[in-house]
Design a protein around this ligand. Structure first.
Ligand code: PDD
Length: 282
């Protein structure tokens, strides 16, 4: 049995229902967060709630809940479900209206939904590697908003699956933006690079944690526009996100990256990342 939170109640997920007139369903007029809970501790809870608030503010969705109340709901959903390690999904839409109209009404009450899934693959010490393909970025110019309008990302993931790879990296006018569900890092001659936030990318929480690790370990790092040629010449290529942590790409468009194995810097950063997970208390 999975317990979720919908509007003002904790309910069994199979009993939860939302009106088809919800603007999240009709227009994708909603934002979301995906959090990891390790041993029932929510990783980087404050960062996720900060990002959520920024997105709500940008879209003018007014939720009548304090940060503390939102955090309590997230923690409660985590505690009410049995799994030690969970993926917590939160979605806030602008709410339900009686008549479909692009222009929202002032007094519409947002819909808040939080649920939990078992985290099947907890980041751990292993040699997991992935393959990826490159495609042009067809998304809108506000990909920094964590919006549920994810049609392009869905199509990209289907394409990746059809090609037998795990992730699809995007490039816009020849410059790398991010993955379909991840941020991207590459290593060239011992220096680590990632596209800047201005490159129409999601400000990933894992990206932020990884950059903190570079600072902790005094690693050579730069946020910079990465062109395709530079990417293919990388000695190492990584993706980061909440559900996978950090993973090395060893093949891009069938070309081997580096020597085809997880690189030295990857292993160093991954160790530090695992330590952060271990120390996580929230
Ligand atoms: N997605 N970029 C995109 C396009 C993403 O969809 C995600 C994560 C990230 C990484 O963000 P974070 O480190 O905060 O998870 C970057 C989540 C996991 C999802 O949609 O399921």
């Amino acid at each position: 049995m999975t317990i979720c939170y919908l509007n003002d109640d904790f309910v069994e997920l199979s009993k939860a229902s939302i009106s088809p007139l919800d603007r999240g369903f009709l227009f994708g007029d909603s934002v979301y967060e995906v959090l990891a809970a390790y041993k029932k501790n929510l990783f980087r809870l404050d960062d996720h709630v900060d990002r959520l608030n920024k997105n709500l503010e940008l879209l003018g969705i007014k939720v009548n809940l304090s940060n503390t109340e939102i955090k309590t709901i997230l923690k409660e959903v985590c505690l009410k479900n049995l799994e030690e390690n969970q993926i917590i999904y939160l979605q806030i839409s602008r709410g339900v209206e009686e008549i479909r109209n692009h222009i929202p009404k002032e007094d519409t009450k947002p819909t808040l939904f939080v649920c939990s899934f078992e985290m099947k693959n907890v980041p751990k010490e292993n040699n997991e590697t992935i393959k990826a393909i490159l495609s042009s970025d067809i998304r809108w110019k506000k990909s920094s908003i964590k919006s549920t309008s994810l049609l392009a990302n869905v199509l990209y993931k289907i394409k990746a699956q059809e090609k037998g790879v795990d992730e699809l990296l995007m490039s816009d006018s020849g410059f790398i933006t991010e993955g379909a569900v991840s941020n991207v890092f590459c290593v060239n001659e011992n220096r680590i690079y990632t596209p800047p936030l201005e490159a129409n990318i999601l400000p990933g929480i894992t990206r932020k944690v990884i950059i903190e690790i570079f600072q902790d370990l005094n690693l050579n790092f730069e946020e910079k526009k990465i062109d395709e040629e530079f990417l293919f010449k990388s000695d190492e290529l990584w993706i980061t996100n909440t559900t996978k942590g950090i993973l090395p790409i060893i093949e891009l468009d069938k070309k081997i990256i580096g020597d085809g194995n997880p690189g030295k810097l990857y292993q160093l950063v991954k160790q530090a990342f695992l330590k952060k997970i271990e120390d996580c208390k929230a």
